[in-house]
Write a protein that binds this ligand. Structure first.
Ligand SMILES: [Zn+2]
Length: 456
């Protein structure tokens, strides 16, 4: 990395590696955190001693670790609001898949760009994604300057990018090879589910994850009906089935993990597998309330994800933190379940550990300078006694005023520094018009198909 001059960010609050600090200073150099300290400990002469140094005082704000969205389908941003209020399988089969079939590469790219814009404007510095045409998503992520773990979703039937199971695995490998040395993007194998893939894909992609030291991402135990389907196909529920294939281990990332028995929680904990909790997607699809408190108590690392914008309908990790904490309390009927620091750790450190990122998700010295800044001056964040409480229980994504990845500011007080937002808005409007044409055509076709046939 090129040498960059020192940057000192100061603010009313900093959430450092040891917790909140009032009147703190974050020292950044060459894209990394050099240290976090109380502002009064910074020698008065320091800024003058380093003439190239930049000092930026963010005022009534909180500098905090960048948020990690550990599960998303970024291009689905263009499907936001087109299929609400449906059960998961109906939502997929009648709402989402018929429209996704019509996606072009350009629509995939623009959907990913919109999602990236939404994420950086709400303090997300890294996300994990599962979709097809993931090369287009990589192109968007690279342009925006985000960090990401991407994947070409593996399905046991032909998709737009591969025909056979062998081709799906070969494509997965080629992406992992291509990006293995990229500074911000990694690829990981991601079988869609245990019932939409074949066992060969599960077993071979799991081995590939080991070969590349990558996480292995899979939607698992999202609903009771998923478990019933897997039982029908393989004679076991999802978790025991994956375990029987040898696919549960430290690199396994089980997205959703809603419909779990106590015994399955024990298996997940014993294998060291990780879970990504997506509370608002689970609630909107009425999939259930994941036993996140029980998982955490059993020692399982639980991260947070938004899922795609078509089932959430926002990519706002502040909303997920709040939902996770509130949902756990109601599920357990215990207000002490999943406290605020735990919810914040799920959105930061746990995300980094789950995605096997080579950093901790904190502002500890030596870590990449991935951070966001929460504007505390808004009435709903005043006064601030504890910024962790505010981040979890009071803030929303739109309170973020600055986002930095690897020392580069990519979003600054409403300005998108790495993308042309007005042009993106125009492109989004064009896509919306095109989608409406597709939906009208599909509706006409459905009416045509349903019309009684003339008979002699
Ligand atoms: Zn998903």
């Amino acid at each position: 990395m090129n040498h960059t001059p020192p940057l000192f960010l100061t603010a009313r609050w900093v959430i450092g590696p040891d917790g909140p600090m009032e009147n703190g200073c974050v020292h950044i150099e060459d894209g990394r955190i050099l240290g976090v300290c109380p502002r009064h400990e910074v020698p008065a002469t320091l800024f003058e001693d380093a003439p190239n140094a930049e000092h930026r005082d963010l005022g009534e704000a909180c500098i905090m670790p960048g948020l990690i969205n550990a599960h998303c389908h970024a291009p689905m941003a263009i499907l936001r609001g087109v299929a609400d209020d449906m059960e998961l399988l109906t939502w997929l089969e009648k709402g989402v898949w018929p429209l996704e079939k019509e996606f072009t590469r350009e629509m995939t790219f623009l959907g990913a760009m919109l999602a990236c814009a939404e994420m950086i404007a709400s303090g997300i510095t890294c996300f994990a994604d599962m979709y097809v045409w993931s090369g287009e998503i990589a192109r968007a992520v690279e342009a925006v300057g985000l960090r990401a773990v991407l994947s070409e979703g593996l399905l046991g039937f032909p998709t737009r990018t591969y025909g056979s199971v062998e081709e799906s695995l070969a494509l997965c490998r080629s992406f992992m090879e291509e990006f293995k040395n990229h500074p911000l993007i990694r690829f990981a194998p991601a079988p869609h589910t245990a019932f939409t893939t074949v066992s060969k894909q599960l077993v071979e992609s799991y081995a590939m994850a080991g070969e590349f030291d990558a996480p292995w991402l899979i939607h698992a135990a999202e609903t009771a009906s998923e478990n019933a389907r897997v039982q029908e196909l393989h004679g076991q529920r999802t978790i025991p089935f994956l375990d029987s294939l040898g696919c549960l281990g430290e690199r396994s990332v089980l997205v959703h993990a809603v419909d779990l028995t106590d015994e399955e929680i024990e298996i997940i904990a014993a294998r060291g597998a990780k879970v990504v909790h997506c509370p608002r997607s689970n609630w909107k699809l009425a999939s259930g309330m994941a036993p996140v408190h029980g998982l955490a108590e059993a020692g399982v690392t639980v991260a947070l994800g938004t899922d795609g914008a078509a089932s959430n309908n926002t990519l706002d990790i502040f909303g997920e933190m709040r939902a996770a904490a509130l949902g756990a309390k109601v599920r357990e009927m215990d207000p002490t379940a999943l406290h605020a620091p735990q919810a914040l750790a799920m959105a930061t450190q746990n995300g980094a550990a789950t995605l096997r990122l080579p950093f901790s998700g904190t502002l500890a010295p030596g870590q990449p300078a991935d951070l966001c800044v929460l504007n505390l001056a808004a009435p709903h964040l005043q006064p601030c006694h504890d910024p962790v409480s505010h981040a979890v229980y009071a803030a929303q994504g739109s309170d973020v005023c600055l986002t930095m990845v690897a020392g580069h500011v990519i979003y600054d007080h409403g300005a998108f520094l790495t993308l042309d937002y007005p042009a993106l808005l125009d492109a989004g409007q064009e896509i919306a018009a095109h989608m409406r044409e597709i939906m009208d055509r599909q509706e006409r076709q459905r009416c045509e198909d349903a019309r009684p046939q003339d008979s002699d």
